[in-house]
Ligand binder design. Structure first.
Ligand code: PXP
Length: 254
């Protein structure tokens, strides 16, 4: 019988975004204060029950750096999902790092975060070659795609093990009134993917509000969530952070 437990992959990219905002120019390997360390964030996510850690090494290195990926591989015990574009450079890094899963995404330099799913119909050969190389290297592949039956069939034909359904349109639909239609699209896509033998993951824009509906999608294996968890951590952690600084300033809290 299929398990109803949905795994949580925590995407820690935004912790690196905060680090880069202050320490972009400073080396990460000299033992000096460079905060926050995404690896430490990931270890805390792991202790809190995260089932996997996701990190996106972007071509422009705007948040995660190469050294973060290598350190993460060494330090965490839960599976590592390495999110990346379909390029030779990224393939070579993945084959060296050996994450449990590579999550292939389209990448646009002007986007703030990943905006659309892969177009597998237009990129069959490139994606197929990459999946073959990763498979030979012992790495499973997940394809980030829109909830579109044609893309799902292509993902299965290309030999991917997982798809990640792009939930961004659903997350946005809360604000433009197309919610039921977007949910329906995701639910149908999940059934088609499951029937095609794919593990069904979901990600993008999932938050503490829409999770109550999205968790009902059929056949969900894993959800990848970043922004909302990092945002919540700011709220749940801010009181201790202020108290700690006051104690360092004055030797006491009050
Ligand atoms: N899945 C993919 C493929 C992504 O690109 C992202 C964003 O980096 C996420 C999941 C996580 O999205 P969010 O930060 O909105 O939770």
């Amino acid at each position: 019988m299929e398990s109803t437990y949905i795994k949580l992959g925590v995407n820690i990219d935004h912790s690196a975004t905060v680090r880069q905002a202050r320490y972009r120019e400073h080396p990460l390997d000299r033992g000096q204060m460079v905060e926050p360390d995404p690896v430490e964030v990931a270890l805390r996510c792991q202790s809190a029950g995260a089932d996997a850690i996701t990190m996106h090494l972007r071509e422009d290195r705007r948040h995660i750096q190469d050294s973060d990926v290598y350190r993460m591989r060494e330090m965490i015990q839960v599976p590592l999902n390495l999110e990346m574009a379909c390029t030779d450079e990224m393939r070579d890094i993945a084959l060296e790092v050996k994450p449990e899963v590579v999550l292939l995404v389209p990448e646009g330099r002007s986007e703030v975060t990943t905006e659309g799913g892969l177009n597998l119909l237009a990129n069959r050969v490139a994606v197929g070659d990459l999946i073959r190389d990763l498979t030979e290297g012992g790495i499973a592949t997940s394809l980030f795609i829109d909830p579109d039956p044609q893309q799902i069939q292509a993902a299965a034909q290309l030999g991917a093990e997982y798809i990640e359904l792009h939930t961004g349109a659903y997350a946005h639909s809360v604000y433009n009134g197309t919610l039921p239609a977007e949910y329906d699209r995701l639910a149908k896509a999940a059934v088609i993917a499951h029937d095609a033998g794919l593990y069904v993951n979901a990600g993008h824009g999932i938050n503490y509000s829409n999770i109550t509906t999205l968790r009902k999608l059929p056949h969900l294996y894993e959800m990848n969530i970043g922004h909302s968890i990092i945002s919540r951590a700011l709220l749940t952690g801010i009181e201790a952070a202020v108290r700690d600084m006051k104690i360092l300033m004055n030797g006491q809290w009050r």
